[in-house]
Design a protein around this ligand. Structure first.
Ligand code: ASP
Ligand code: MG
Length: 414
């Protein structure tokens, strides 16, 4: 007998027939003798609909009340799911976040899970019930207020439940078959990965692969929760997200990711003095703008250039703030380009292999794509390029690293 946490996303429960189908699936698993905890998202489109309603009555809705409203999406799906389960003879019992012991901090709209008190869930499982937990929501342990975890937060609910219950596996059911070497919409030959490490998954998620919410992967890595990402609509195995030690065969590169949601900003002629970087980035962070790639050169004749990226949606705001900063610190000018994309290759294999970056630059050069900035981490190389070449770059990199075949490159290639 195993203890399995299953999370179904919005499309998987996006209609009564789909809910019935999932109930049947859970029934089969429970009848095979497993203990099952189901975590559900709101039905597809419901969270957006509720958000629009709130914004119709107020342009800037109160955060506390917004959480009370948004949490109802998941409340509907767990109740409907249990009712549908009863219709097929499955003993399912719904719990809202607070009832399932999901205690969070007080940050409405983006609360962090502080603790999961799984006592009630254990009791219900012991009574032979399938426990159905509303995703995306919790309760502020100090005030008793409802909180939500941020968009896509149901993945995190599932992983947190799995960690607290020491579940054998946390299955994330979605509308894709797993984690692919790249976006199959761009590269039809993209291959489903059998396994991927937490670290690679974190890079993929932060670089734009949307299959898992990034906070859920952080949580899984911290508590060693094995995640199985798979499709609700087939029985095929998906992708296991696991600790690095559990990866058997490792290619040098596991995937190619891209992100078109950033803009590039360069400040030219920045005086090379202590405290200048702080003056540049403090107003940016005070405005809640998240900076990604930051590159600074060593100075020539006492000044340097500073380049970084910000989310496209914050580009105008950042440029406004920086024109003030620029004159304050005596920099020459601020240049920006919102039409950029970041393409990245990711793989724990590159820790032990030389020549990975140069191969990437070669593949881009062969397509005539200019690289604007380069930055790396231990398991990733990212290049900022002109946005209009994104698809071409992704295809070229996927091909150069032989990702469709999943073959090790020959020794002379590396
Ligand atoms: N319903 C929430 C959303 O749409 C949470 C989730 O689906 O994970 O973002
Ligand atoms: Mg999701």
């Amino acid at each position: 007998m195993a203890l399995i946490v299953q999370k179904y996303g919005g499309t998987s429960v996006g209609g009564l027939n789909r809910i019935r189908r999932v109930a049947q699936k859970v029934k089969t698993l429970a009848e095979a003798g497993n203990q099952v905890v189901v975590v559900l998202s709101a039905m597809a489109g419901e969270t957006d609909r509720l958000l629009r309603l709130a914004q119709e009555v107020h342009p800037d809705p109160d955060e506390r009340e917004l959480d009370v409203l948004l949490a109802t999406g998941e409340q509907q799906s767990v109740a409907l799911f249990c009712i549908a389960s009863h219709a097929v003879g499955l003993d399912a019992h719904s719990l809202l976040g607070f009832q399932a012991g999901l205690l969070t901090n007080h940050r409405y709209g983006k609360a962090r899970i502080e603790l999961v008190d799984a006592l009630r869930v254990h009791e219900l499982l012991d009574q032979g019930k399938v426990v159905v937990v509303a995703g995306f929501q919790g309760v502020d342990e100090d005030t008793g207020d409802l909180t939500t975890l941020g968009r896509g937060g149901s993945d995190t609910t599932a992983v947190a439940m799995a960690a607290a219950l020491k579940a054998d596996v946390c299955e994330i059911y979605t509308d894709v078959e797993g984690v692919f070497t790249t976006d199959p919409n761009i590269v039809p030959e993209a291959r489903k990965l059998e396994r991927i490490s937490y670290e690679e998954m974190l890079e993929m998620a932060s670089l734009g692969a949307k299959v898992l919410d990034i906070r859920s992967v952080e949580f899984a890595a911290k508590f060693g929760v094995r995640i199985h990402v798979r499709s609700t609509f087939t029985d095929r195995e998906g992708t296991m997200v696991v600790p690095e030690e559990q990866i058997k065969e490792q290619l040098i590169i596991s995937g190619v990711a891209y992100n078109k949601n950033e803009a590039r900003i360069t400040i030219k002629g920045v005086p090379d003095q202590p405290g200048v970087a702080r003056k540049v980035f403090t107003p940016i962070s005070n405005a809640g703008i998240v900076v990604d790639v930051i590159i600074q050169n060593t100075s020539v004749d006492g000044t340097t250039d500073l380049t970084f990226t910000v989310p496209k949606t914050d580009y105008k705001k950042a440029m406004g703030l920086l024109s003030t900063v620029c004159s304050e610190i005596g920099a020459k000018e601020v240049l920006g380009d919102p039409n950029i994309a970041k393409v990245s290759i990711i793989g724990i294999g590159m820790r032990n292999h030389a020549g990975v970056a140069s191969k990437m630059f070669g593949a881009l050069a062969d397509e005539g794509i200019n690289i604007q900035t380069i930055n790396t981490s231990e398991i990733k190389v990212s290049c900022v390029i002109d946005e209009k070449y994104t698809e071409l770059a992704v295809r070229a990199l996927h091909k150069a690293f032989g990702l469709a075949e999943g073959l090790e490159p020959a020794a002379e290639d590396i």
